[in-house]
Ligand binder design. Structure first.
Ligand code: ADP
Length: 255
C-alpha cells in the first residue's frame, strides 16, 4: 500500500453539547507522515475532536476534509473506509477472546457498534481468515507483543492492552491514526517504547494525531503541537515554540 499524500484538515469545526461549545471553531491540519500533538487541560475538547474526526459525533459546523474529499458529519464506518483509525482512552477488548482475535477485529471492524459482532463472527464469516490471522500476528510483532497472541485478553496488563489497541488500529493500514491518551497508565520505560512505536508508524507515512497528557512524550516526538483551551486554540506550533509559549506555560504546563 502506498502512503497517502493527503492532509486531514479541519476548518472552523464546531461541536456543541447543549450550551457547551466543546469545540468552538477549530482549525487543524494533520499531515501524512507527521505526528501532531493535541494537548490542553481537562475539558478543553481533545477527545471530542477525535470523536468528531472519527465520525462518532457529527460536527455542528465547519468542514473536515481529506485532501479534496469532504468527510460528511458522523458515519464512523465511512472513516474506517477512508483510512482513519483510532484508539480509545479506555482500551476496548473482549476479555474471553484471544489477543490475536482482538487484533484481527481491526481488519473487519466498521464502527464501534459492530465491535462485538465483528469479533463473534470472525472465524466463520470472514472470507480470508488466514490472511487476516497472518496480518494480525504481524501487527502484534510491530507493537512487540507477538508472544501474547494466544493469551486471553483479560489476562493482560493495562499497559499491554494499550499496545494491543494500537495493533488493532494498524490492521486498517490507516493513512491517519488518532490516539487518545495512549501513554495513560504506562511506566516511563513503556512510554519510551510507545514513543518509538508512534515514530515508526509515522515514518511509514501515516499521519498521527496524538492526544496526550504526558508533555514529555508530546515534546519528544511531535512535529506540530496544538494546545486547546475551552474548545479553542490557545497556541499552535512546533514543540520548541510551544514549550516557551507564555500562555501555555502559565495555563497548562504549570510554569
Ligand atoms: P478533553 O478530552 O480535553 O478532556 P472533552 O472533549 O472530553 O475534553 O470535553 C470537552 C467539553 O465537552 C467538556 O466541557 C465536556 O464536559 C463536554 N462533553 C464532552 N463529552 C460530552 C458529552 N457526551 N455530553 C455532554 N458534554 C460533553
Amino acid at each position: 500500500k502506498t502512503a497517502t499524500t493527503k492532509t486531514l484538515t479541519l476548518r472552523e469545526v464546531v461541536l456543541t453539547f447543549g450550551n457547551v461549545r466543546a469545540i468552538d471553531g477549530l482549525d487543524l491540519d494533520v499531515k501524512p507522515g507527521q505526528i501532531h500533538g493535541l494537548i490542553g487541560p481537562n475539558g478543553s475538547g481533545k477527545t471530542t475532536t477525535l470523536n468528531v474526526i472519527s465520525g462518532y459525533y457529527a460536527a455542528k459546523g465547519g468542514t473536515i476534509t481529506l485532501g479534496d474529499d469532504a468527510l460528511p458529519p458522523g458515519m464512523p464506518e465511512l472513516r474506517a473506509g477512508k483510512g482513519i483509525a483510532r484508539t480509545f482512552q479506555t482500551p476496548r477488548v473482549i476479555g474471553e477472546a484471544s489477543v490475536l482475535e482482538n487484533v484481527m477485529v481491526g481488519g473487519t471492524i466498521e464502527g464501534e457498534a459492530t465491535f462485538a459482532e465483528a469479533l463473534l463472527s470472525l472465524p466463520r464469516h470472514h472470507r480470508d481468515e488466514r490472511k487476516l490471522t497472518a496480518q494480525a500476528r504481524a501487527m502484534l510483532g510491530v507493537v512487540g507483543l507477538e508472544a501474547l497472541a494466544d493469551v486471553r485478553a483479560d489476562r493482560l496488563q493495562h499497559s499491554e492492552l494499550r499496545f494491543i489497541e494500537i495493533a488493532r488500529a494498524l490492521m486498517l493500514q490507516p493513512d491517519f491514526l488518532l490516539l487518545d491518551e495512549p501513554a495513560a497508565g504506562l511506566s516511563s520505560d513503556e512510554i519510551t517504547r510507545l514513543g518509538a512505536l508512534i515514530k515508526a508508524i509515522s515514518r511509514r507515512g501515516t499521519g498521527v494525531l496524538l492526544v496526550e497528557h504526558h508533555a514529555d512524550l508530546i515534546f519528544d516526538i511531535c512535529d506540530q503541537v496544538t494546545v486547546l483551551n475551552l474548545g479553542k486554540i490557545l497556541a499552535a506550533g512546533t514543540p520548541a515554540e510551544i514549550r516557551v509559549h507564555k500562555e501555555v506555560v502559565s495555563a497548562y504546563l504549570g510554569g
